[in-house]
Design a protein around this ligand. Structure first.
Ligand code: CP
Length: 306
């Protein structure tokens, strides 16, 4: 694994090895020797709270030196390209880059420009992939439901069309042999390509919730949306918002997940987001552990490296 750009096509054994290491780190283990003497840089061309900060913490807990590139005060404002920015920071001896970009495929394109031995992690590109979110979501499911996903029914709800989180979750859920993957959302917010292959697709949330073990709610990505895709926010909430009444249709021990940031009162009510079945903050905690596992695999020669 030279870079982590997507979970698509990642062999199950490699995914499970990363999850095993993530579980190890989630148990509270730090090892500052793993990346001692290694410099990494977070390079975010789009806003972030969870991903950026948890990567910073993950790198620090493995002993790395961490640079945080601030786009707003950088020479990109003078027209320097992302490629030249990467090569410039690389020339300072930085070996790991954690990159978020608004364009699909932008991180893969930068990986082509990187020198041998430099590792890139996709921290979210356009609508395409958010592989470490997929990993932390699988870790969260595994902690709650066990490592065998074959008996699980998992439902993904909402704006799948614009969601890199949904794509990475779907890649991971299929790779791990999840019993049934359901997807529910308004037709205009469901992709019409191969993304939903292997899923049970519906527009009826009440029906889709019946008997599921986990519900992964998605953020309505209004910043990536053409006008008119959603008739009104009130209608979206009425038809696809998760409230306590709807949640009761799922299994009594069903987990509620959301990658954040949450549009409270739109895709999920406060009562559910903050309720006993919600794992939203557990997902955030697991983000640090999952990202430690990824940095170790790419830069530290850990057991998940191949
Ligand atoms: N889930 C997620 O990617 O959150 P941030 O945009 O805050 O990093």
């Amino acid at each position: 694994l030279a870079h982590l750009l997507t979970l698509e096509g990642l062999p199950r054994a490699q995914l499970e090895a990363l999850l095993d290491r993530a579980a190890h780190y989630a148990d509270g283990h730090d090892d500052r020797a793993v990346l001692a003497g290694t410099a990494v840089c977070t390079l975010f061309f789009e806003p972030s709270t969870r991903t950026r900060l948890s990567f910073q913490l993950a790198a620090q807990r493995l002993g790395a030196d961490v640079l945080n590139f601030d786009v707003s005060t950088s020479s990109t404002r003078k027209g320097e390209t992302a490629r030249d920015t990467l090569r410039t920071i690389e020339a300072m001896g930085v070996r790991g880059f954690i990159i978020r970009h608004q364009d699909d495929g932008a991180v893969a394109a930068l990986a082509e420009a990187a020198a041998p031995g430099t590792a890139l992690v996709n921290a979210g590109d356009g609508r395409s992939a958010h592989p470490t979110q997929g990993l932390l979501d699988m870790l969260t499911l595994r902690q709650a439901k066990g490592a065998d996903f074959s008996g699980l029914k998992v439902l993904i709800v909402g704006d799948v069309k614009h969601s890199r989180v949904a794509r990475s979750d779907l890649h991971a859920l299929h790779a791990l042999g999840t019993g049934e993957v359901r997807v529910c959302g308004p037709r205009a917010l469901l992709p019409d390509d191969a993304t939903l292959d292997g899923c049970t697709v519906s527009q009826d949330l009440d029906a889709a919730l019946e008997g599921v073990d986990a519900i992964m709610m998605l953020r309505l990505q209004r910043e990536r949306m053409d006008e008119g895709l959603v008739a009104s926010i009130d209608e979206y909430h009425r038809d696809y918002g998760l409230d306590a009444r709807r949640l009761a249709r799922a299994r009594p021990d069903a987990l509620v997940m959301h990658p954040g940031p949450i549009n409270r009162g739109i895709e999920i009510t406060d009562e559910v987001a903050d309720g006993p079945q919600s794992l939203v903050l557990r997902q955030v905690s697991n983000g640090v552990a999952a990202r430690m596992a990824v940095l170790e695999a790419l830069l530290g020669g850990g057991p998940a490296r191949s």
